[in-house]
Design a protein around this ligand. Structure first.
Ligand code: SAM
Ligand code: SF4
Length: 317
């Protein structure tokens, strides 16, 4: 369906848990423990009803996210059910990759077509520090498993942080020459709970094209990333610039949190509750929320933090 600004809403990001096996400093506070009871989250049946209701209004692409979606024991059957919903053309998943070695194949067989894996650094010590204890080798093993599981597309997501990983831009980009995957650099968003990385931490994506002058532009693929390619590479380099060049005018997304709140805009505190509603109730609330989707996210920079009202692990990115 169209929102009040004529944008067609075709893409839903659906968070299936707030829990995570990492604690990334830009995403969640150190004491990120979830204090909610199970009953406060959408049940598996409610999640599928949300997908059915969204599909009935024209959502075609579904991205399962979290928290870390793979910590859910029922993630494979959940993805299988979602992939079977009439009207949903594509189920994709965003993960930190640590549990992919065991799950990549079953997820692919369940109908997940594409997978995005977060990878901010190739240095094991830096990885451990940024994720507060994570093991880089597990994420690397997850990336390998995803490549072997024959997903239609594997993308790596790298949050660009000045003084942390900008020195690794060439090495990270080189992965697109070695493996058939895309790598996207994402500008660090100043979320309510994201850590304070100091004055030089925010870097516009233009630093990537400055550091890699050999990048050649390639046509867009319908997503929000500006695409480039290194000569001879097997995959693209994408630049996602929510701060330096926001893409609100082309936004086709809605988000649903694990506790059943529909967020028409990532950076707005406006939320519409779907928990406890039946199919018809969800369709009505989705329709109402889509019509209330704001035209843009407002000024967003390190001095004007997001008004999302939640940390990223409680939204889904
Ligand atoms: N746990 C999964 C993962 O890490 O891919 C999925 C959930 S995570 C919240 C989704 C995406 O949000 C990740 O790619 C992560 O890097 C990104 N993200 C989290 N906080 C961010 C921030 N402050 N700025 C930019 N991206 C952020
Ligand atoms: Fe967990 Fe993903 Fe957030 Fe890192 S970015 S803490 S892996 S939800």
């Amino acid at each position: 369906m169209l929102d009040s600004f004529g944008r067609e809403i075709t893409y839903m990001r659906l968070s299936v848990t707030e829990l995570c096996n990492l604690r990334c400093r830009y995403c969640m506070p150190e004491d990120g423990a979830c204090r909610k009871t199970r009953g406060e989250f959408l049940s598996e049946d409610e999640i599928i009803t949300v997908v059915e209701a969204a599909a009935s209004l024209g959502v075609r692409k579904l991205r399962i996210t979290g928290g870390e979606p793979l910590v859910r024991e029922d993630i494979v059957p959940l993805c299988r059910r979602a992939a079977r919903v009439k009207g949903i053309d594509e189920v994709c998943l965003t993960t930190n990759g640590a549990l992919l070695p065991a799950l990549a194949k079953p997820l692919r067989e369940a109908g997940v077509r594409r997978v995005n894996i977060s990878l901010d650094t190739l240095d094991a010590q830096k990885f451990r520090c940024m994720s507060r204890g994570g093991d880089l080798s597990q994420t690397i093993a997850g990336i390998r498993a995803a490549l072997e599981a024959d997903f239609e597309k594997v993308k790596l997501n790298t949050v660009l942080i000045g003084g942390f990983n900008d020195d690794e831009i060439p090495q990270l980009a080189e992965l697109t020459r070695q493996y058939p995957l895309d790598l996207r650099f994402i500008e660090l968003m100043p979320m309510p709970d994201s850590g304070d990385f100091g004055p030089g931490a925010f870097l516009p994506c233009s630093v990537v094209t400055e550091r890699l002058p050999e990048l050649v532009p390639v046509p867009p693929d319908g997503g929000v990333a500006k695409l480039f390619r290194l000569p001879g590479a097997l995959g693209n380099i994408g630049l996602i610039s929510p701060l330096s060049a926001h893409f609100c005018r082309e936004c086709s997304r809605i988000r649903v949190t694990a506790d059943g709140k529909l967020k028409p805009c990532l950076h707005s505190g406006d939320e519409y509750s779907l928990k406890g509603l039946d199919f018809d109730g969800m369709v009505e609330e989705l329709r109402h929320a889509i019509l209330c989707k704001p035209s843009w996210h407002g000024v967003l920079n390190p001095d004007n933090r997001s008004r999302a009202g939640r940390s990223m692990n409680r939204i889904g990115g």
